[in-house]
Design a protein around this ligand. Structure first.
Ligand code: THU
Length: 127
């Protein structure tokens, strides 16, 4: 799957975002080691702290469906800025990847690419 296809999957997932409190809709698509893709969107809650980001929804869907690790994740938001994974999502990704590639796409379709180790250096790892 190309970067663009993974980003398109993230934008499609964004359509299901439940974000009545922030109004900020996010989609994510993770590609697993077997190249299967799982998507997710942010799911907010009236108890705001119980909100779950799009990245973790997609990641946990993959893990709960038996995947052991991910190789790439795309994040998409209709924003002028690139939406970067929060600290909790970076740590969650680190649990289930060697050094995943993280793509972030904004409204105009442009995207940036990082390795997890760039976004979360010196990470606390399972090993
Ligand atoms: N959010 C994500 O889903 N992913 C990110 O990378 C950053 C933030 C969500 C959480 C919340 O529903 C909304 O965006 C505003 O913070």
């Amino acid at each position: 799957m190309t970067d663009r296809e993974l980003i398109n999957a993230a934008f499609k997932a964004l359509e299901n975002a439940y974000a009545p409190y922030s109004g900020f809709r996010v989609g994510a698509a993770v590609e697993c080691e077997d190249n299967i893709v799982f998507t997710g969107c942010n799911v907010e809650n009236a108890a705001l702290g119980d909100t779950v980001c799009a990245e973790r929804v997609a990641l946990f869907k993959a893990i709960s469906e038996g995947r052991k690790s991910i190789i790439r994740i795309a994040v998409a938001a209709h924003s002028d800025e690139y939406c970067m994974p929060c600290g909790s999502c970076r740590q969650a990704i680190s649990e289930f990847s060697k050094d995943a590639e993280i793509l972030s796409a904004r409204s105009d379709g442009r995207y940036v690419s990082y390795k997890l180790s760039e976004l979360l250096p010196h990470q606390f790892e399972p090993k």
